[in-house]
Design a protein around this ligand. Structure first.
Ligand code: GLY
Length: 350
């Protein structure tokens, strides 16, 4: 079977890899894969610390994908000989003031109700784990089951020449121009243009800071004076600081206000941030849907006859890549999947 995948980002390429492993012939169409949201992503694999109020329904899928991540990472590294920066230290939830701690405690209650492993910690206990945290930090929690991956290393591995995927460097404006037996649409915010499905861009600004030594071991998700931030340390001294969430259409301007909104809480929680080099400022566009859950399934009634959608992952594209790859490859090759994706069908928006 010849499968064409529109979109060479983390989601499209994860599906491509799963399909080539199953013996299918895969072509990926993307004029410039460096445009995707994955280039900007921080790479938190955090079903606990990235859980949000109102996203309870998504928890099952996030946990299922988390369960698949260690195997997915190990097999991709083995197949390509490339590292992914996979780390398993977990996330610390950190609150600066008593008010911030009230918010973190509500999150912790929510995680515990959802059955996620989270352990409340005092300020002193957090500083024992991360000595560079501010002495003003009041308390928080540890989510031990969260992991992280470096999305740029992940993208490089998924693009490895060792994976037998054919690349066509062009944008697809019209599906009728493709000759593949099956088409999978996985081009992030471009899904709306090709299908009419309601996928909107949600802007995220993010900073990459750099120092000689890592300031942190764990990923930190923090609240400081009501401002939210996450801090993702890499072994080489890079510290990723993210991310804004802005409903501004397809605008990718990095603004002074966006940088301030990230640096202020980052430096409140981790004062050493002020000494780091500001290496890169970026803005990406998350593909969001009306219910902020992904769209996974067959696009019924399309004249091509065999079109699937894999997208709309919003804040969770990296985390949900393995389960998306498995479920969509199942649908394409077998017509059904053992993953419960009944809540994520295309039909809910058509
Ligand atoms: N998952 C992190 C973000 O979307 O900013």
């Amino acid at each position: 079977m010849k499968v064409g995948i529109v979109g060479g980002g983390i989601v499209g390429l994860s599906v491509a890899w799963e399909l080539v492993r199953r013996g299918e012939q895969v072509t990926v169409y993307d004029r410039d894969p460096r445009r995707g949201a994955g280039r900007v992503a921080a790479g938190m694999l955090a079903p606990a610390a990235e859980a949000s109020f109102g996203e309870e329904a998504l928890q099952g899928l996030m946990l299922e994908s988390m369960r698949r991540w260690p195997g997915f990472a190990a097999e991709l590294s083995a197949a390509t000989g490339m590292p992914l920066g996979y780390r398993t230290e977990g996330t610390l939830l950190v609150a600066l003031t008593e008010d911030d701690l009230t918010e973190v405690r509500r999150l912790v209650d929510y995680y515990l109700r959802a059955g996620l492993p989270v352990e409340p910690l005092r300020g002193r206990e957090l500083r024992e784990l991360e000595p560079m945290l501010s002495p003003r930090v009041r308390g928080g929690a540890k989510a031990a089951g969260d992991h992280q991956v470096d999305p740029r290393l992940l993208l490089a591995a998924l693009r490895s020449e060792r994976l037998p995927v054919t690349w066509v460097e062009r944008d697809v404006e019209d599906l009728s121009s493709l000759r593949d037996d099956v088409i999978i649409i996985a081009n992030g915010i471009g899904i709306g243009r090709l299908t009419g499905l309601p996928v909107r861009p949600v802007k995220g600004q993010l900073l990459r800071l750099r120092g000689a030594e890592p300031l942190l071991t764990h990923v930190v998700r923090g609240v400081a004076l009501g401002r939210h931030v996450y801090l993702v340390p890499r072994a080489d001294g890079e510290l990723v600081v993210g991310a804004t969430e802005e409903e501004r259409g397809a605008d990718t301007t990095v603004t002074a206000g966006g940088v301030l909104d990230l640096l202020r809480p980052a430096a409140d929680l981790l004062p050493g941030v002020a000494e780091l080099a500001l290496a890169e400022t970026l803005a990406g566009l998350r593909p969001g849907t009306p219910d902020n859950a992904p769209i996974l399934g067959r696009l019924e009634g399309h004249p091509h006859g065999n079109v699937y959608v894999a997208g709309g992952h919003y804040r969770h594209g990296v985390l949900l890549a393995p389960v998306t790859a498995h479920a969509v490859a199942d649908l394409v090759t077998k017509g059904s999947t053992d993953v419960d994706i009944s809540a994520y069908g295309v039909g809910r928006f058509t």
